[in-house]
Design a binder for this molecule. Structure first.
Ligand code: DAH
Length: 333
């Protein structure tokens, strides 16, 4: 083989092998094969060089060196290349979404409300809404709360100055969701099974456990023969579904104008009895006011505080955190 052909073959094979190398081990093997000093393709080439005529030797020698340098440079470049892009690739997770925009979260109270609606829905209770601005009829009178009752005290309610209903008379921000019981019964014939969840307003002094606005879940079940035992069953099942099977519910005798008998509802959760709301059998006066016959139908009602449940579940110790809109607090849930 003449030296020209040998040089050309060597160069082509070397460049091909360099380009084909995909990792440091492969490129090192190529270096040994094509540029190794003791044996390999470069040594073979040198022996070809030994056979050329003495007068040609300077030119052929120069060519030999040029080819050797060219291959050596190509190899160095490939070594560098193999180091760089591999690192860059491993730093990019191509399965991640393209942007890192922070997505918002559902507020912990709304999470609780959604869960309550879901649980009560499974018990056959549908969800209804009522207005937050109410008249005295729905907030008090129809609920059997007489004119002189302390619950009507303007200092304990947010009456809206100069605002009057179509029927005349003052309006206020509702102080309880029991208003929705009346609105539903006025429009619907029994049987009824509803819950209504929303905001209520009271001018309480704000502290770790009180707020001038908070949320309640009102429940109402009316039928031919609704009993207090069913009330307790529904509340126990509700508490167990939300918090776990070991939760117990207890009733304590109490008084509400719109129920007879009336109870306070407590829940044993861990080691603590927690007061969660009020309940009772719908008072015959209330049934009569909405046009029902108390001899024909009976029912139970309950009102639970939403914040209580949410605070207990997440070990939140200050109710004000819910309303401050501090992202650092809210994004924990
Ligand atoms: N409305 C009462 C309150 O805000 C709670 C309540 C008690 C609701 C007894 C009821 C009930 O439906 O039967 O304190």
């Amino acid at each position: 083989m003449d030296y020209q052909t040998a040089f050309a073959e060597y160069e082509t094979a070397a460049i091909q092998a360099i380009n084909d190398s995909q990792n440091p081990e492969a490129i090192e093997a190529v270096r040994i094969e094509f540029l190794g000093k003791k044996k390999g393709r470069l040594k073979d080439l040198q022996s070809v060089l030994g056979k050329v005529k003495p007068e040609e030797r300077p030119i052929v020698g120069k060519q030999f060196n040029e080819i050797k340098n060219k291959v050596s440079a190509a190899l160095d470049a490939r070594v560098k290349e193999l180091k760089k892009p591999q690192k860059a690739l491993s730093q990019i997770d191509v399965t991640l979404p393209g942007t890192t925009v922070e997505v918002g979260k559902v507020h912990p109270l709304i999470q609780t409300i959604d869960e309550f609606k879901d649980i009560m829905g499974r018990f056959g209770f549908s969800v209804v809404d009522g207005p937050e601005i109410e008249d005295e009829h729905h907030n008090f009178k129809a609920l059997n709360i007489p004119e002189a009752h302390p619950a009507r005290d303007p200092l304990d309610n947010f009456y809206l100055a100069a605002a009057e209903t179509a029927s005349g008379g003052p309006v206020l921000l509702r102080s309880q969701t029991s208003t929705v019981q009346i609105r539903v019964m006025e429009k619907t014939k029994p049987p009824i099974r509803i819950v209504s969840i929303g905001r209520v307003y009271r001018p309480d002094t704000i502290d770790a456990t009180h707020s001038c606005m908070f949320h309640q879940m009102e429940g109402l079940m009316i039928g031919d023969d609704v009993t207090m035992a069913q009330l307790k069953t529904v509340l126990s099942m509700f508490a167990k579904t939300y918090l776990g099977d070991d939760v117990q519910v207890r009733f304590r005798p109490s008084f509400f104008p719109f129920t007879e008998p009336s109870v306070e509802v407590d829940m044993l959760w861990g080691d603590d009895w927690l007061e969660i709301g009020g309940a009772g059998m719908v008072d015959p006066n209330v049934l009569r006011t909405v046009g029902y016959d108390p001899e024909e139908v009976s029912g139970f009602a309950f009102g639970l505080g939403i914040e209580r449940f949410c605070m207990k579940r997440h070990e939140i110790t200050d109710i004000r955190r819910f309303y401050e809109n501090d992202i650092r607090f809210l994004k924990q849930f």
